[in-house]
Design a protein around this ligand. Structure first.
Ligand SMILES: [Fe+2]
Length: 199
């Protein structure tokens, strides 16, 4: 079994171990048996922050994070934004990998899931999209805003739900953010709309 297969198993096990009703409803009935796609590994500058994390701890989030660390060199890291969106600094400290979905390592038209990385000192401004979304940080202390409300610190394992088209934003301070994400119920490869900006 490849490290990417192991990561999918860990991703699924982690989600199924959680009892949160919103998450349970979100993943209910999802077909986890997906065909693998051949995706070449693709590195990004932001992955260096993932590599620098230590493997301390043995909670459920750390177990999943360790599987991500095992697989990092085999994953196709990607970006949706370009330099015109949030500038060049942002692109050095931002990236994601789609583990499964319409373009990820495993094929699904039903739901997309993967991991978002942000380096320290990043502001990911307000954006929104049609798909409903769940984020679960795997690191502590990132700051999150939903529906133009003040930023609040969030901790590893918290479940953050963004209904369709609700604007949301994230900030990091001294530490990077690694977060699991799920998208469902909208175009799964949509580029997020930057809220308040003319398209
Ligand atoms: Fe989002």
């Amino acid at each position: 079994m490849s490290v990417v297969d192991e990561l999918l198993l860990a991703f699924r096990s982690y989600l199924q171990s959680r009892s949160d009703p919103v998450l349970k409803h979100f993943i209910e009935g999802f077909g986890w048996s997906m065909d693998a796609r051949t995706l070449a590994p693709h590195d990004l500058a932001v992955v260096s922050y993932l590599r620098a994390l230590d493997r301390s701890g043995n909670g459920a989030e750390e177990v999943l994070l360790n599987r991500l660390l095992d697989a990092e060199d085999s994953l196709h890291w990607a970006q949706t934004y370009n330099i015109a969106d949030f500038g060049g600094d942002f692109l050095q400290k931002y990236g994601w990998v789609e583990l499964f979905g319409t373009r990820g390592h495993f094929a699904s038209e039903e739901m997309a899931g993967g991991f978002l990385l942000l380096g320290p000192g990043v502001h990911y401004p307000d954006h929104h999209h049609v798909a409903e979304e769940i984020y679960i940080p795997l690191t502590d202390g990132s700051l999150w805003s939903k529906d133009a409300q003040p930023f609040l610190p969030r901790w590893s394992g918290e479940i953050i739900h963004h209904p369709s088209n609700i604007r949301h934003a994230m900030r990091t301070e001294d530490h990077p953010l690694v977060a699991l994400y799920l998208w469902r119920g909208g175009p799964l490869a949509q580029k997020s709309i930057i809220s308040g900006r003319m398209q």
